[in-house]
Design a binder for this molecule. Structure first.
Ligand code: CA
Length: 492
């Protein structure tokens, strides 16, 4: 996964027009030119209804092929359109990461009478009722698919619990008789195995066998390159290590994978990486929260601490960095949206330093009409700079509470690829930064604000770079700027 530039190819409020797969195929070439070489596509499985974003999975084998739940295509299109989008992206050198949702199922076909105990919502290990009979939507028979690809059907034996009793019309958390929550999960609410819907029992040998069989089918059918694993905090930490290792062995493929473990606690993330044997990468949730806090704190945030307590600081070769995603966008479940004024700074940090694997959010690249949020104006420019003009040794200048910066020395592999970045969350100012002696005498232009005069490096490769109030300046070599803006090679 190293050195990729990922794009999360959806936001929560995309129109329900079944067109996303067709759009992905159509703009594959443009994305590649922009510098995107990995795309995370949303879950492609039939959901409980036709507006489902993809996390309310009904049938993992229905990628928009069967008339189930009253419709054939998913929110994003049909199975053939999905397969075509993957092929088109790959044809342009873009790796495709599929969103894998195994924690729960929604939209069961029939109910069953099961015995269960209600658990406290705040403490999932605390019983709040005696053992009782409930009517649960746990039968998944997939009548519309009629056994194609897999004859496996689901019943309550394959789930740990559910959140609704049809008989009493009551919402609560019900743990089924003879079941226990998985102990190797997040410790919030005492035990965070249960998230939503019908919680899959991933300890059950038949379920494990079926999930492995499904994984092989999915790879053979779609040809995806790797995975994004949903909700790993709610799944025993041993499961995905086993599943991925088995799939890699069976397919002989590398299957690069990033897991979503939603925690702001670096200690917890470090332990999880250890438990999973470093089989996959993790999203840098603490870095997102540093960006979020900085963007909401004006000049009160210590910018020299912006990388503190993050994955990129502790495990840069395991970190997928991001600014926002479909859960952190306004009014979503983990709403912690990074304010607009800070976005370019955050993206400069994840795109231009050459550490970790950055993942750009659709909502930042294209905007979110639902909330009247515009695209981040400089994002395409930053992607172009990352692709063409950022490389070489990194030097950090996180030495001031408000004005921080970093430089890259450039490399012979990428001509004119040294640069300097300086940002302030308060008053503007100047900072002396070094770009390596080999760059002595070179001239640098601020491509964000066209500040003048240009900066020329002294005989040691040091320059005095300026920045305005509460903003960022990015200085690239004069020759790089000319290439970017004058010779037509730029796609922006
Ligand atoms: Ca679970």
């Amino acid at each position: 996964m190293n050195n990729l530039t990922l794009l999360q190819y959806f936001e929560w409020y995309l129109p329900n027009n079944h067109l996303l797969w067709r759009r992905a195929a159509a703009e594959a070439s443009r994305l590649a030119k922009l510098g995107i070489d990995g795309v995370w596509l949303p879950p492609a499985f039939k959901g409980q209804n036709d507006q489902n974003v993809g996390y309310g999975v009904y049938d993992l084998y229905d990628l928009g092929e069967f008339d189930q739940k009253g419709f054939i295509p998913t929110k994003y299109g049909t199975r053939d359109e999905y397969l075509n989008a993957i092929k088109s992206l790959q044809k342009h050198g873009i790796k495709v990461f599929a969103d894998i949702v195994l924690n729960s199922r929604m939209g069961g076909d029939e109910t069953e009478v099961v015995r269960a105990i209600e658990q406290s919502r705040d403490n999932r290990l605390q019983q709040i009722s005696p053992l009782q009979e409930i009517e649960a939507w746990t039968k998944y028979t997939f009548p519309g698919r009629n056994g194609k690809y897999s004859s496996f059907t689901w019943n309550s034996a394959y789930f740990n619990g559910i959140d609704y009793d049809e008989r009493a019309k009551k919402s609560s958390i019900y743990l089924f008789e003879g079941k226990q929550w998985d102990s190797k999960v997040g410790k919030e609410k005492a035990n965070y195995d249960y998230l939503l819907g019908a919680d899959v029992d991933l300890h059950n040998p038949k379920v494990r066998e079926e999930m492995l069989r499904w994984g092989e089918w999915y790879i053979a059918t779609t040809g995806v390159d790797g995975f994004r694993l949903d909700a790993t905090k709610h799944i025993g930490s041993d499961f995905y290590s086993w599943w991925l290792t088995s799939l890699r062995q069976k397919t002989g493929l590398e299957l690069p994978t990033v897991g979503e473990y939603w925690s702001n606690d670096m200690g917890e993330l470090g332990k999880y990486l250890q438990k999973t044997g470093n089989q996959f990468w993790l999203f840098d949730v603490p870095l997102h929260f540093n960006f979020f806090k900085a963007s909401r704190s004006g000049d009160q945030y210590p910018m020299n601490k912006i990388l503190d307590g993050t994955l990129i600081e502790s495990f840069p070769d395991r970190a997928v960095t991001f600014v926002d995603n479909h859960d952190t966008q306004p009014s979503q479940g983990l709403d912690s949206w990074v304010d607009g004024w800070f976005k370019t700074m955050a993206y400069a940090i994840i795109l231009l330093r050459g550490e970790g694997t950055p993942c750009v959010f659709w909502g930042d690249l294209y905007g979110i009409p639902h909330d009247e949020i515009n695209a981040v104006p400089d994002l395409k420019l930053l992607l172009q700079i990352r692709k063409n003009f950022a490389s070489g040794l990194l030097h950090d200048y996180f030495d001031h509470e408000h004005i921080v910066g970093f430089t890259r020395e450039g490399s012979t592999a990428k001509p004119h690829s040294s640069l300097a970045v300086i940002m302030s969350n308060s008053k503007g100012g100047q900072k002396e930064m070094n770009l390596g002696k080999q760059n002595a005498g070179k001239k640098y232009l601020d491509i964000i604000y066209a500040r003048s005069p240009e900066v020329t490096l002294d005989e040691n490769g040091t320059g005095n770079f300026g920045v305005g109030n509460g903003t960022i300046s990015i200085y690239i070599e004069e020759k790089a700027a000319k290439k970017l803006f004058l010779d037509g090679s730029s796609t922006i």
